[in-house]
Design a protein around this ligand. Structure first.
Ligand SMILES: [Zn+2]
Length: 334
C-alpha cells in the first residue's frame, strides 16, 4: 500500500509542481501554492525514508517505536489509531466498516476500509448531491488472538481506485475534535461560552487545529443530546427555565398539550419593580420554529432605554390568551 501510494502521490506532486507558474510570473497565490507543494514533497520524502528503514530491519527505533516496526497491537483502539494515523499521513482516510462481537459483547474482529469504499445510497429526496464514494476495494482486517492476548493486522486488499487526497485540511476527518478537545468544548459550552470563542480557544491551544465553526456546533448538539437523553422537549424546556432562574406559568389542553407559556426572570422583575412607569407589549409572528405568536413585554427606564420584562408563547391570538398573559403579569406583582 505504502509503496503504491508513495510513487503515485509523489508523481502527482511532481506533475503539479511543474504545472504551477514559475518564480518570475503571475499571482502570489500560485507561488504560495507551489511553495506548499514543494514543502509537502520534502516532508513526504523524509517520511518514506524513515519507513523504508523500518521495513528493512525490525529493530527498535526510538523516534518511531510506537508501532512502525510491529504488527501486533495491545488493543483494538491502538490498532485503529495506528492505521488511521499512517493512512492519514499519506492522504487516505481509513474508517471502521464493521466489527464482530462475541455473545458476551467482547469485540474480536474489526474490518477497516477506505472512506471512499462502498457506494452512495440514493435517498428518496429531490436533492442531487455529489458523492466521494468510488467503491474503493481497499480493506484491512484486525483480529484478536486468544493465545497471545493481542491484535494482529492483515491486509485483505491493498488497492485504491482513486488518487490520494492532496490537502487533508479540508477533509472532515482532519476537522474532527480529539477527545480532550471535545471535553473542553463540553466544559466551555456548559459555562455558556459562545461557539466562536470556543473555536478561538481550541486554535490557540493547538496550532494545527483545522476545525470550523460547524465542528463546534455539531459537538454542542451532541453534548446537548447526551444531556437531554430520556427527557421530552417540554421537560427540557421547563427544566432549563427552572435552572436559569425563571418563574413560569403554563396552560395545557385536555390532551396535555402545551397551550400558553408565560415566563419572567427574577432580575427583570426586580428592575420592573424599580421602574414600573411604562410597559410596552408587542407580539411577533413566525419568529420561531413552532409558529406560535410570541409576546414580549418591555419596560422603559428614565434614560429611555428599554429592558425585557416577561415573555409568552401563545396558542393563538384570542382575547382569552391575552387576558391570561396579562393576568399572569399582574399575579407576579403580588
Ligand atoms: Zn481508497
Amino acid at each position: 500500500m505504502e509503496e503504491m501510494l508513495k510513487t503515485e502521490r509523489l508523481h502527482l506532486l511532481e506533475q503539479i509542481c511543474d504545472l504551477a507558474p514559475s518564480n518570475g510570473a503571475k499571482s502570489r497565490v500560485a507561488m504560495i501554492f507551489k511553495y506548499r507543494l514543494r514543502q509537502r514533497r520534502d516532508e513526504m520524502m523524509a517520511f518514506y525514508a524513515n519507513l523504508k528503514l523500518d521495513d528493512g530491519e525490525y529493530e527498535e527505533s526510538e523516534e518511531q517505536g510506537d508501532g512502525y516496526n510491529s504488527d501486533v497491537f495491545g488493543s483494538c483502539e491502538e490498532l485503529i489509531n495506528w492505521v488511521q494515523k499512517l493512512a492519514y499521513s499519506i492522504g487516505v482516510v481509513v474508517i471502521k466498516r464493521r466489527s464482530n462481537k462475541r455473545s458476551c459483547g467482547f469485540m474480536y474482529r474489526v474490518v477497516l476500509q477506505c472512506d471512499r469504499g462502498g457506494e452512495y445510497k440514493v435517498k428518496d429526496s429531490s436533492k442531487v448531491t455529489g458523492t466521494k464514494k468510488t467503491n474503493c476495494p481497499f480493506e484491512l482486517e484486525g483480529t484478536y488472538s486468544d493465545d497471545y492476548d493481542c491484535w494482529t493486522l492483515k491486509v485483505t486488499c491493498d488497492q485504491h481506485n482513486h488518487q490520494p487526497v492532496l490537502f487533508m485540511e479540508g477533509h472532515p476527518y482532519a476537522k474532527r475534535l480529539s477527545e480532550d478537545e471535545f471535553n473542553l468544548v463540553a466544559e466551555l459550552t456548559r459555562m455558556n461560552v459562545a461557539p466562536r470563542d470556543i473555536l478561538a480557544i481550541l486554535k490557540e491551544r493547538n496550532l494545527s487545529n483545522v476545525s470550523t465553526l460547524r465542528t463546534i456546533y455539531n459537538a454542542c448538539n451532541k453534548i446537548r443530546m447526551v444531556d437531554q437523553v430520556g427527557k421530552s422537549p417540554m421537560q427540557v424546556l421547563l427544566s432549563l427555565l427552572h435552572s436559569n432562574g425563571y418563574v413560569y406559568e403554563i396552560t395545557s389542553t385536555g390532551l396535555n398539550e402545551l397551550e400558553n407559556l408565560f415566563f419572567i426572570h427574577l432580575t427583570s422583575f426586580d428592575i420592573w419593580r424599580a421602574i414600573p412607569h411604562v410597559l410596552i407589549i408587542d407580539v411577533t409572528y413566525k419568529t420561531n420554529h413552532y409558529n406560535m405568536p410570541f409576546l414580549e413585554v418591555v419596560g422603559v427606564t428614565s434614560t429611555s432605554k428599554t429592558f425585557s420584562i416577561a415573555f409568552a408563547f401563545m396558542h393563538n391570538e384570542k382575547t382569552v390568551n391575552y387576558t391570561w398573559v396579562l393576568n399572569c403579569l399582574k399575579l407576579t406583582l403580588n
